[in-house]
Write a protein that binds this ligand. Structure first.
Ligand code: MG
Length: 379
């Protein structure tokens, strides 16, 4: 079997209601999706996390390395792509281009061998995962506390047992919003906060202290991903677990987070950090430090399914007779592409999502949605 064609699609969706977080405003969703076709007619799909046009250019640059090659040998192809980009992209967007291609190659490999990706990765430690709702962004509102509280209650009504909200507004406002959400959802639902690296070490330390009464599951990206030592210092001072890693790349980058004792929870983005091939290596590395992984997931059903398979294959640290439920991040902000690009639709039952058992990633692409959202870019 040989790779015959590699196509990229930039999908975009203008949002009905823009929202913002500590760094910038979202008024559209845009994503680069890749389709790889073999000479036997099999197709695999992947996507990259980050600026879509740049990822598209990266995939175009990598394409000559792949055409005519055997897609099943995805590890050797990964290495050739890595070698090609090493001098220019030890962190960043070309790694996302590699990631998109790698996920598509795993999808093809699964279909070729008639096995789910998680089985191909070595097996399924679990058959279901617990989604946590990512939402509770900032928006223009006369009473944002109340708006956030109502949104959080909706997630609980939908069956979510855990919710992640944004912080990074101002420390005073953050505490007010967290309190409102905690009161609204009660004590039985887990609540996490994410600052998207809005704060200095001093500010983050202060916020940790002020949030202690609200039983926070983890504090995500409190400070800049550049400051490994500050993460370590904050972690030593905070009773709230510290999470990070969505801005980190490759096993080499994650090694910095691990060896510097930066985080309690490592948040690798499969579609950014190097694909499933590299994510599995990062998981192996994290296991030597005894650090758990809860991947960062943002984008379409392709990224979500890649994460489902990866999490199914994650080794529990430590093992025990009655293991805990494993989380998957489930973005609930407005995104028409996520809702319609892949089928079957993502379904939550009693607060859990089943690991797909179909070959490859276990999804079909809705071509009508693919072209509908692609066309919007052209107009
Ligand atoms: Mg985050």
């Amino acid at each position: 079997m040989k790779i015959k064609a590699i196509e990229t699609f930039i999908l975009s969706d203008k949002l009905q209601n823009s929202f913002f977080f500590s760094q910038w405003v979202y008024d559209e969703r845009k994503i680069c999706v890749v389709k790889i076709t073999t000479d036997t007619g099999l197709t695999g799909w992947g996507e990259g996390y980050g600026p879509a046009e740049v990822i598209k250019a990266g995939i175009k640059m990598l394409k000559p390395l792949l055409i005519g090659k055997d897609p099943v040998s995805q590890e050797t192809l990964w290495f050739e792509m890595y070698r090609k980009t090493l001098d220019f992209a030890r962190r960043g967007i070309l790694t996302a281009a590699i990631s998109a291609i790698d996920v598509a190659l795993w999808d093809i490999k699964g279909k070729a061998m008639n096995l789910p990706v998680s089985v191909l990765m070595g097996g399924q430690h679990r058959k279901r995962v617990m989604p946590y709702a990512t939402g509770l962004y900032f928006s223009e509102s006369a009473n944002l506390s109340e708006k956030l509280a109502l949104e959080a209650q909706e997630y609980v009504a939908q069956g979510f047992k855990a919710i992640k909200m944004k912080v990074g507004f101002t420390i005073k406002e953050d505490v007010k919003f967290v309190k409102a959400v905690r009161v609204a959802i009660g004590d039985d639902v887990q609540l996490m906060v994410d600052a998207n690296h809005a704060y200095s070490l001093r500010e983050a330390t202060e916020l940790c202290k002020l949030l202690e009464p609200y039983n926070i599951g983890w504090f995500e990206e409190p400070i800049s991903p550049e400051f490994y030592n500050q993460y370590c210092e904050l972690r030593s001072k905070s009773s709230i677990p510290i999470a990070g890693g969505e801005c980190e790349y490759l096993r080499y980058g994650f090694h910095h987070l691990l060896k510097n004792n930066c985080v309690d929870i490592l948040q690798v983005d499969i579609c950014g950090a190097g694909g499933l091939t590299e994510a599995k290596r990062i998981a192996g590395l994290a296991s030597t430090f005894g650090i758990e992984i809860i991947p960062h997931v943002w984008g379409t059903g392709i990224a979500f399914h890649a994460a489902l398979h990866f999490i199914a294959n994650l080794e529990p640290i430590p093992g025990r007779l009655f293991p805990p439920d494993f989380f998957i991040e489930y973005d609930r902000t407005e995104n028409g592409i996520r809702e319609s690009l892949t089928c079957p639709a993502i379904k939550m039952k009693n607060g859990f999502i089943d690991i797909p058992q179909l070959p490859g990633l276990g999804i079909e692409i809705n071509e009508e949605a693919l072209y509908r959202y692609s066309e919007k870019v052209l107009t």
